[in-house]
Design a protein. Structure first.
Lengths: 161, 179
Protein backbone atom coordinates (compact mmCIF):
# COMPACT_ATOMS: atom_id res chain seq x y z
CA UNK A 1 0.00 0.00 0.00
CA UNK A 2 2.80 2.48 0.95
CA UNK A 3 4.83 1.74 -2.16
CA UNK A 4 1.72 2.12 -4.34
CA UNK A 5 0.97 5.47 -2.65
CA UNK A 6 4.52 6.68 -3.42
CA UNK A 7 4.10 5.72 -7.08
CA UNK A 8 0.70 7.46 -7.28
CA UNK A 9 2.20 10.56 -5.63
CA UNK A 10 4.89 10.57 -8.30
CA UNK A 11 2.21 10.19 -10.99
CA UNK A 12 0.41 13.26 -9.58
CA UNK A 13 3.73 15.16 -9.70
CA UNK A 14 4.22 14.08 -13.33
CA UNK A 15 0.75 15.49 -14.08
CA UNK A 16 1.69 18.76 -12.41
CA UNK A 17 4.94 18.96 -14.37
CA UNK A 18 3.14 18.35 -17.65
CA UNK A 19 0.56 21.02 -16.80
CA UNK A 20 3.15 23.71 -16.03
CA UNK A 21 5.19 22.89 -19.14
CA UNK A 22 2.07 23.75 -21.14
CA UNK A 23 1.02 26.72 -18.95
CA UNK A 24 4.49 28.35 -18.97
CA UNK A 25 4.37 28.44 -22.76
CA UNK A 26 0.76 29.63 -22.87
CA UNK A 27 1.13 32.40 -20.25
CA UNK A 28 4.86 33.29 -20.17
CA UNK A 29 4.47 36.56 -18.20
CA UNK A 30 3.29 34.96 -14.95
CA UNK A 31 5.98 32.34 -14.47
CA UNK A 32 6.34 32.16 -10.69
CA UNK A 33 2.62 32.57 -10.01
CA UNK A 34 1.80 29.71 -12.42
CA UNK A 35 4.40 27.34 -11.00
CA UNK A 36 3.40 27.90 -7.36
CA UNK A 37 -0.37 28.08 -7.83
CA UNK A 38 -0.37 24.96 -10.02
CA UNK A 39 1.59 23.09 -7.33
CA UNK A 40 -1.02 24.03 -4.71
CA UNK A 41 -3.99 23.42 -7.04
CA UNK A 42 -2.74 19.92 -7.83
CA UNK A 43 -3.12 18.79 -4.19
CA UNK A 44 -6.98 18.76 -4.06
CA UNK A 45 -7.16 17.94 -7.76
CA UNK A 46 -4.98 14.84 -7.52
CA UNK A 47 -6.74 13.67 -4.31
CA UNK A 48 -10.11 13.99 -6.10
CA UNK A 49 -8.76 12.00 -9.06
CA UNK A 50 -7.37 9.42 -6.63
CA UNK A 51 -10.75 9.02 -4.89
CA UNK A 52 -12.70 8.83 -8.17
CA UNK A 53 -10.25 6.37 -9.73
CA UNK A 54 -10.89 3.70 -7.11
CA UNK A 55 -7.15 3.03 -6.72
CA UNK A 56 -6.00 1.85 -3.28
CA UNK A 57 -3.63 4.26 -1.50
CA UNK A 58 -2.72 5.74 1.86
CA UNK A 59 -3.69 9.42 1.72
CA UNK A 60 -0.77 10.68 3.85
CA UNK A 61 1.85 8.67 1.97
CA UNK A 62 0.39 9.89 -1.31
CA UNK A 63 0.52 13.51 -0.09
CA UNK A 64 4.09 13.17 1.23
CA UNK A 65 5.25 11.60 -2.03
CA UNK A 66 3.61 14.35 -4.15
CA UNK A 67 5.01 17.10 -1.90
CA UNK A 68 8.50 15.59 -1.96
CA UNK A 69 8.80 15.40 -5.75
CA UNK A 70 7.13 18.79 -6.22
CA UNK A 71 9.37 20.53 -3.67
CA UNK A 72 12.49 18.99 -5.27
CA UNK A 73 11.31 20.39 -8.59
CA UNK A 74 10.50 23.82 -7.10
CA UNK A 75 13.97 23.93 -5.52
CA UNK A 76 15.62 23.28 -8.89
CA UNK A 77 13.20 25.62 -10.69
CA UNK A 78 13.88 28.42 -8.21
CA UNK A 79 17.63 28.01 -8.69
CA UNK A 80 17.36 28.15 -12.48
CA UNK A 81 14.85 31.00 -12.56
CA UNK A 82 16.44 33.36 -10.04
CA UNK A 83 20.12 32.39 -9.77
CA UNK A 84 22.54 35.07 -10.91
CA UNK A 85 25.36 32.50 -10.86
CA UNK A 86 23.59 30.17 -13.31
CA UNK A 87 22.73 33.14 -15.50
CA UNK A 88 26.43 34.06 -15.68
CA UNK A 89 27.31 30.47 -16.63
CA UNK A 90 24.73 30.40 -19.45
CA UNK A 91 25.93 33.75 -20.77
CA UNK A 92 29.54 32.56 -20.70
CA UNK A 93 28.50 29.62 -22.87
CA UNK A 94 27.32 32.01 -25.59
CA UNK A 95 30.51 34.10 -25.59
CA UNK A 96 33.51 33.54 -27.88
CA UNK A 97 36.03 31.32 -26.05
CA UNK A 98 33.41 31.09 -23.25
CA UNK A 99 34.99 34.12 -21.63
CA UNK A 100 33.74 37.59 -20.68
CA UNK A 101 35.09 40.72 -18.97
CA UNK A 102 34.00 41.03 -15.34
CA UNK A 103 33.18 44.74 -15.84
CA UNK A 104 30.66 43.74 -18.52
CA UNK A 105 28.95 41.32 -16.15
CA UNK A 106 28.70 43.97 -13.46
CA UNK A 107 27.44 46.78 -15.70
CA UNK A 108 25.24 44.87 -18.16
CA UNK A 109 23.75 42.08 -16.09
CA UNK A 110 23.93 43.14 -12.49
CA UNK A 111 23.17 46.86 -12.65
CA UNK A 112 21.14 47.10 -15.85
CA UNK A 113 19.32 43.80 -15.93
CA UNK A 114 19.03 41.94 -12.61
CA UNK A 115 18.73 45.08 -10.48
CA UNK A 116 16.10 46.67 -12.75
CA UNK A 117 14.16 43.40 -12.77
CA UNK A 118 14.07 43.35 -8.97
CA UNK A 119 12.97 46.99 -8.77
CA UNK A 120 10.18 46.28 -11.28
CA UNK A 121 9.07 43.20 -9.32
CA UNK A 122 8.83 44.99 -5.97
CA UNK A 123 6.81 47.79 -7.59
CA UNK A 124 4.51 45.34 -9.39
CA UNK A 125 3.83 43.54 -6.10
CA UNK A 126 3.01 46.78 -4.29
CA UNK A 127 5.98 46.56 -1.89
CA UNK A 128 7.65 49.77 -3.05
CA UNK A 129 6.62 52.86 -5.02
CA UNK A 130 8.57 55.00 -7.41
CA UNK A 131 7.97 58.71 -6.97
CA UNK A 132 9.94 60.65 -9.55
CA UNK A 133 13.48 59.30 -9.40
CA UNK A 134 13.15 57.90 -5.89
CA UNK A 135 11.91 54.63 -4.40
CA UNK A 136 10.18 54.17 -1.09
CA UNK A 137 8.39 51.31 0.65
CA UNK A 138 4.59 51.32 0.63
CA UNK A 139 2.89 51.00 4.08
CA UNK A 140 2.21 47.29 3.41
CA UNK A 141 5.75 46.86 2.10
CA UNK A 142 7.19 48.52 5.21
CA UNK A 143 5.22 46.15 7.47
CA UNK A 144 6.41 43.13 5.45
CA UNK A 145 10.06 44.20 5.47
CA UNK A 146 9.92 44.95 9.21
CA UNK A 147 8.76 41.36 9.76
CA UNK A 148 11.59 40.06 7.59
CA UNK A 149 14.03 42.20 9.54
CA UNK A 150 12.60 40.83 12.81
CA UNK A 151 13.05 37.20 11.66
CA UNK A 152 16.60 38.00 10.54
CA UNK A 153 17.40 39.40 13.99
CA UNK A 154 15.81 36.33 15.58
CA UNK A 155 18.25 34.11 13.70
CA UNK A 156 21.17 36.52 14.04
CA UNK A 157 21.41 37.13 10.29
CA UNK A 158 23.17 40.46 10.11
CA UNK A 159 23.36 40.90 6.33
CA UNK A 160 21.68 39.38 3.30
CA UNK A 161 22.23 39.55 -0.44
CA UNK B 1 -13.80 5.92 -0.20
CA UNK B 2 -12.93 2.60 1.42
CA UNK B 3 -9.98 2.21 -0.96
CA UNK B 4 -8.36 5.32 0.61
CA UNK B 5 -6.46 4.43 3.76
CA UNK B 6 -6.35 7.29 6.27
CA UNK B 7 -4.11 5.61 8.86
CA UNK B 8 -1.19 7.79 9.96
CA UNK B 9 2.23 6.34 8.96
CA UNK B 10 4.22 5.77 12.20
CA UNK B 11 7.45 7.47 11.07
CA UNK B 12 5.66 10.59 9.81
CA UNK B 13 5.35 11.93 13.35
CA UNK B 14 9.09 11.40 13.93
CA UNK B 15 9.88 13.17 10.63
CA UNK B 16 7.65 16.15 11.37
CA UNK B 17 8.94 16.41 14.94
CA UNK B 18 12.56 16.40 13.70
CA UNK B 19 11.87 18.94 10.93
CA UNK B 20 10.12 21.33 13.35
CA UNK B 21 13.25 21.33 15.52
CA UNK B 22 15.38 22.86 12.75
CA UNK B 23 14.47 26.51 13.51
CA UNK B 24 15.44 25.86 17.14
CA UNK B 25 18.81 24.40 16.07
CA UNK B 26 19.38 27.39 13.78
CA UNK B 27 18.47 29.82 16.55
CA UNK B 28 21.18 28.31 18.78
CA UNK B 29 23.81 27.72 16.05
CA UNK B 30 23.52 31.32 14.80
CA UNK B 31 24.72 32.49 18.22
CA UNK B 32 27.72 30.17 18.60
CA UNK B 33 30.89 32.31 18.42
CA UNK B 34 32.61 30.30 15.65
CA UNK B 35 29.51 30.18 13.46
CA UNK B 36 28.27 33.77 13.58
CA UNK B 37 27.84 35.05 10.01
CA UNK B 38 28.43 31.62 8.43
CA UNK B 39 24.83 31.08 7.32
CA UNK B 40 25.52 28.17 4.96
CA UNK B 41 27.48 26.27 7.62
CA UNK B 42 24.73 26.95 10.17
CA UNK B 43 22.15 25.42 7.84
CA UNK B 44 24.25 22.34 7.02
CA UNK B 45 24.93 21.63 10.71
CA UNK B 46 21.24 22.13 11.59
CA UNK B 47 20.25 19.69 8.80
CA UNK B 48 22.69 17.09 10.17
CA UNK B 49 21.20 17.57 13.66
CA UNK B 50 17.71 17.10 12.21
CA UNK B 51 18.80 13.84 10.56
CA UNK B 52 20.36 12.62 13.82
CA UNK B 53 17.14 13.48 15.70
CA UNK B 54 15.10 11.59 13.11
CA UNK B 55 17.42 8.57 13.31
CA UNK B 56 17.14 8.57 17.11
CA UNK B 57 13.33 8.91 16.91
CA UNK B 58 13.15 5.96 14.50
CA UNK B 59 15.20 3.79 16.87
CA UNK B 60 13.19 4.84 19.93
CA UNK B 61 9.79 4.44 18.27
CA UNK B 62 10.66 1.08 16.66
CA UNK B 63 8.58 -1.54 18.52
CA UNK B 64 11.03 -4.38 17.79
CA UNK B 65 14.22 -4.78 15.75
CA UNK B 66 13.45 -5.03 12.05
CA UNK B 67 9.92 -3.71 12.51
CA UNK B 68 10.59 -0.65 10.38
CA UNK B 69 10.52 -1.70 6.79
CA UNK B 70 11.84 0.24 3.83
CA UNK B 71 8.64 1.90 2.46
CA UNK B 72 7.85 3.36 5.90
CA UNK B 73 11.38 4.66 6.23
CA UNK B 74 11.17 6.10 2.71
CA UNK B 75 7.99 8.02 3.63
CA UNK B 76 9.66 9.31 6.81
CA UNK B 77 12.73 10.45 4.88
CA UNK B 78 10.62 12.05 2.14
CA UNK B 79 8.65 14.01 4.76
CA UNK B 80 11.91 15.03 6.42
CA UNK B 81 13.33 16.13 3.06
CA UNK B 82 10.19 18.25 2.47
CA UNK B 83 10.84 20.04 5.76
CA UNK B 84 14.52 20.54 4.95
CA UNK B 85 13.77 21.88 1.45
CA UNK B 86 11.26 24.38 2.85
CA UNK B 87 13.81 25.35 5.50
CA UNK B 88 16.51 25.75 2.88
CA UNK B 89 14.30 28.01 0.76
CA UNK B 90 13.40 30.20 3.72
CA UNK B 91 17.00 30.31 5.01
CA UNK B 92 18.30 31.06 1.50
CA UNK B 93 15.87 33.95 1.13
CA UNK B 94 16.71 35.40 4.53
CA UNK B 95 20.47 35.10 4.25
CA UNK B 96 21.10 35.41 0.47
CA UNK B 97 18.01 37.16 -0.88
CA UNK B 98 18.96 39.81 -3.43
CA UNK B 99 15.50 41.44 -3.47
CA UNK B 100 15.19 41.23 0.31
CA UNK B 101 18.52 43.06 0.65
CA UNK B 102 17.19 45.84 -1.62
CA UNK B 103 14.06 46.11 0.55
CA UNK B 104 16.11 46.18 3.76
CA UNK B 105 18.24 48.96 2.26
CA UNK B 106 15.05 50.99 1.73
CA UNK B 107 13.84 50.22 5.26
CA UNK B 108 17.13 51.19 6.91
CA UNK B 109 17.33 54.46 4.97
CA UNK B 110 13.97 55.67 6.40
CA UNK B 111 13.64 58.00 3.40
CA UNK B 112 13.09 57.59 -0.36
CA UNK B 113 16.24 56.53 -2.25
CA UNK B 114 17.36 56.93 -5.85
CA UNK B 115 18.66 53.91 -7.77
CA UNK B 116 22.22 55.12 -7.21
CA UNK B 117 21.57 55.45 -3.44
CA UNK B 118 20.27 51.86 -3.31
CA UNK B 119 23.30 50.60 -5.27
CA UNK B 120 25.72 52.41 -2.93
CA UNK B 121 23.93 51.54 0.33
CA UNK B 122 23.26 47.89 -0.61
CA UNK B 123 24.23 45.43 2.13
CA UNK B 124 24.89 48.14 4.70
CA UNK B 125 27.22 50.11 2.44
CA UNK B 126 29.12 47.27 0.73
CA UNK B 127 27.46 48.25 -2.56
CA UNK B 128 25.66 46.21 -5.19
CA UNK B 129 28.94 45.02 -6.70
CA UNK B 130 29.43 42.94 -3.57
CA UNK B 131 26.85 40.46 -4.83
CA UNK B 132 28.80 39.94 -8.05
CA UNK B 133 32.10 39.46 -6.21
CA UNK B 134 30.38 36.99 -3.86
CA UNK B 135 28.72 34.96 -6.64
CA UNK B 136 31.92 34.95 -8.74
CA UNK B 137 34.03 33.70 -5.85
CA UNK B 138 31.41 30.96 -5.33
CA UNK B 139 31.63 29.93 -8.99
CA UNK B 140 35.44 29.87 -8.85
CA UNK B 141 35.42 27.84 -5.61
CA UNK B 142 32.99 25.33 -7.18
CA UNK B 143 35.36 24.87 -10.14
CA UNK B 144 32.81 26.18 -12.65
CA UNK B 145 34.79 29.21 -13.83
CA UNK B 146 38.35 30.48 -13.77
CA UNK B 147 39.33 34.09 -13.26
CA UNK B 148 42.19 35.70 -15.18
CA UNK B 149 42.74 39.35 -14.29
CA UNK B 150 39.53 41.01 -15.50
CA UNK B 151 38.11 38.02 -17.36
CA UNK B 152 35.90 35.17 -16.32
CA UNK B 153 35.94 31.90 -18.32
CA UNK B 154 34.06 28.61 -18.10
CA UNK B 155 36.10 25.61 -17.02
CA UNK B 156 36.30 23.13 -19.92
CA UNK B 157 34.53 20.17 -18.32
CA UNK B 158 32.48 21.01 -15.22
CA UNK B 159 31.67 24.61 -16.16
CA UNK B 160 30.56 23.72 -19.69
CA UNK B 161 28.55 20.72 -18.47
CA UNK B 162 26.65 22.70 -15.81
CA UNK B 163 25.99 25.66 -18.12
CA UNK B 164 24.78 23.39 -20.97
CA UNK B 165 22.57 21.46 -18.57
CA UNK B 166 21.12 24.72 -17.19
CA UNK B 167 20.51 26.05 -20.71
CA UNK B 168 18.76 22.79 -21.63
CA UNK B 169 16.50 23.10 -18.55
CA UNK B 170 15.64 26.71 -19.45
CA UNK B 171 14.61 25.53 -22.95
CA UNK B 172 12.60 22.58 -21.58
CA UNK B 173 10.79 24.80 -19.08
CA UNK B 174 10.16 27.43 -21.74
CA UNK B 175 11.57 30.27 -19.63
CA UNK B 176 12.13 33.57 -21.42
CA UNK B 177 14.45 35.06 -18.86
CA UNK B 178 16.41 33.96 -15.78
CA UNK B 179 18.63 35.45 -13.06
Amino acid sequence: MIFQSIVLGFAAFAGYLLAILVLLRAVPDRTVRIVVLAAIAFVPLSITVLILSGLRANLWCFAVSYCFFTLCFLLAFGAIYTSISLRILMDLLRMPAHSIAIDTIVSDYLIEDSFQDRLATIQKNGIANRVGAKFDLTPNGRTLVKWISFVQRLFNITKSG
Amino acid sequence: MSHIDLSWPPLLTAALFSAFLQPLFLFVLARLPGLVGHNAAQFVISAVLVLITFGASVIVSMPQPGAVFFPQLAIGLMALACGLILGLQAWGLLSRGYTIAILLTLLEASRPLTERDIINRYRKGEGLEWIMRHRMSGLVAAGLVTRNENNLALTPILGKFVSRFTRMMVIVLGLRRTG
